[in-house]
Design a protein around this ligand. Structure first.
Ligand code: GDP
Ligand code: IMO
Ligand code: MG
Length: 428
């Protein structure tokens, strides 16, 4: 009956999708708790690749119920397209998908606002995925958002939409010299989506809490990562939701006393997409080499990911903020053959050494990482399934990281596929 949270420990794209897929084998329910279709979670089964954006990465297991929690923001057209894409690949979506009535809807004007905001910021832009995520969460907090459940109440939907469109059109005309939006057209479009999604809309908080009471195994899947969290990340270069473990409780409606474990997903090096500070970024050929080996291009936008060495200042922050009970280290195989591997243990700035993650963006932008250098390993780790079979130096790398962050590795991932994994401690 454990309830396990899977959370990104860096800037996203750590390999959450792969781990969620593997862990779902033993889960009855898997629920996304925040973010939207800005996420891109990749699952590779045999030689087939699936990229999930809104639907939990557990969907590829037939008997698991997938939940889109209240903390998620839902773009209905993107969701329907994702469902259709899965159906075309032979993955049935029916009663196994439940969408919270209370999740907020991404509207066409949110997308326009996201792009307009980015344009207005110019060089200081956040580098968002352009999916309308920020403006949707703004409306949620401003208490004028439109929710998934409103799709089932045309009168209320029309009323809320009219108010929002009136306000948005004023803004679009005056600030961005744009023609604005037609409430009528959006209404018709969204009612059609509502018709198609109706049977999936539910009180998912009740479903999940009843499942927990009945002793079911539940996985709560985070999107993005700790350093992209609105409160605990590199603000303002973050996403607009609580990606950290705490967000899982509010994002599905389960109390903290229910949670059994929090598994942090840690890539064996670091990547980041979009703007913002990244102390261990490698700006020379070594960084390019890691990007090429790791195939580090965004699963959602295709943008090249910035690459850097593993940063244990970041990881200690993730351990603390999420209360990690263990980590899963992914993409170890990508480091195969590197002569030397660096691990960042602290930052230096203005004569001070930082062991804790600094909150000051200027410190993060200007600090110098303090590195420890370790020997790399020459043998391939691809597909290794037992810790004892790893090259000695790869084991030393993992052990040193565990020491520096104070948490044990529960899994080591050694490839993209399901069985390319070392399991040290099962979660269910
Ligand atoms: P997520 O957003 O955290 O789910 O991660 P992404 O799917 O965006 O990016 C992770 C990428 O790494 C995907 O292409 C995965 O298929 C791949 N991946 C995950 N684990 C491993 C691993 O251990 N080794 C290798 N080579 N690739 C992996
Ligand atoms: P997964 O779940 C990596 C980044 C964007 C941008 C910032 C804000 O696949 O790990 P947003 O569109 O959310 O307002 O953009 O957050 N970002 C991600 N980076 N992985 C993700 O998701 C991301 N989702 C958003 O690049 O810097
Ligand atoms: Mg991703």
């Amino acid at each position: 009956m454990p309830i396990v949270i899977v959370v990104g420990a860096q800037w996203g794209d750590e390999g959450k999708g792969k781990l969620v897929d593997v862990l779902t084998e033993r889960a009855d329910f898997v629920a996304r708790y925040q973010g939207g279709h800005n996420a891109g979670h990749t699952v590779v089964i045999k030689d087939e690749k699936f990229v999930l954006h809104l639907i939990p990465s557990g969907v590829l297991h037939k008997n698991t119920v997938c939940v889109i929690g209240n903390g998620v923001v839902v773009e209905p057209r993107a969701l329907l397209e994702e469902m259709e894409g899965l159906r075309r690949k032979g993955i049935g979506i029916s009663d196994n998908l439940r969408i919270s009535r209370s999740a907020h809807l991404i509207m066409p004007y949110h997308l326009a606002l996201d792009l307009a905001n980015e344009q207005a910021l110019g060089k200081k832009c956040i580098g968002t995925t352009g999916r309308g995520i920020g403006p949707t969460y703004i409306d949620k907090m401003a208490r004028c958002g439109i929710r998934v459940g409103d799709l089932l109440n045309p009168g209320l939907f029309r009323e809320k939409l009219a108010l929002n469109v009136k306000k948005i059109n004023l803004l679009m005309k005056n600030l961005y010299q744009s023609r604005g939006f037609s409430a009528g057209r959006i209404f018709d479009e969204y009612m059609e989506y509502g018709g198609k999604l109706r049977k999936h809309i539910a009180d998912t908080d009740v479903i999940l809490n009843e499942a927990a009471a009945a002793g079911k195994n539940i996985l709560l899947e985070g999107a993005q990562g700790t350093l992209l969290d609105i409160d605990h990340g590199t603000y303002p270069y973050v996403t607009s939701s609580n990606a950290v473990a705490g967000g899982a409780c509010t994002g599905v409606g389960m109390g903290p006393t229910r949670i059994s474990r929090v598994l942090g997903i840690v890539k064996a090096y670091t990547t980041r997409v979009g703007s913002g500070p990244f102390p261990t970024e490698i700006l020379d050929a070594v960084g390019e080499d890691i990007r090429a080996r790791g195939g580090e291009f965004g699963a959602t936008t295709g943008r090249p990911r910035r690459c850097g060495w593993l940063d244990t200042v970041v990881l200690r922050h993730a351990v603390m903020i999420n209360g990690l009970s263990g980590v899963a280290m992914t993409k170890l195989d990508i480091l195969d053959g590197l002569k030397k591997i660096k691990i960042c243990t602290a930052y230096k700035h203005g004569g001070k050494t930082y062991h804790h993650f600094p909150k000051d963006i200027e410190v993060l932008e200007k600090c110098t990482p303090v590195y420890e250098e370790m020997d790399g390993w020459t043998a391939s780790t691809l597909g290794i399934r037992q810790f004892s079979k790893l090259p000695l130096k790869a084991r030393a790398y993992i052990r040193r990281i565990e020491e520096l962050i104070g948490v044990r590795a529960d899994f080591i991932s050694t490839g993209r596929k399901r069985d390319e994994l070392i399991t040290i401690r099962k979660q269910f």
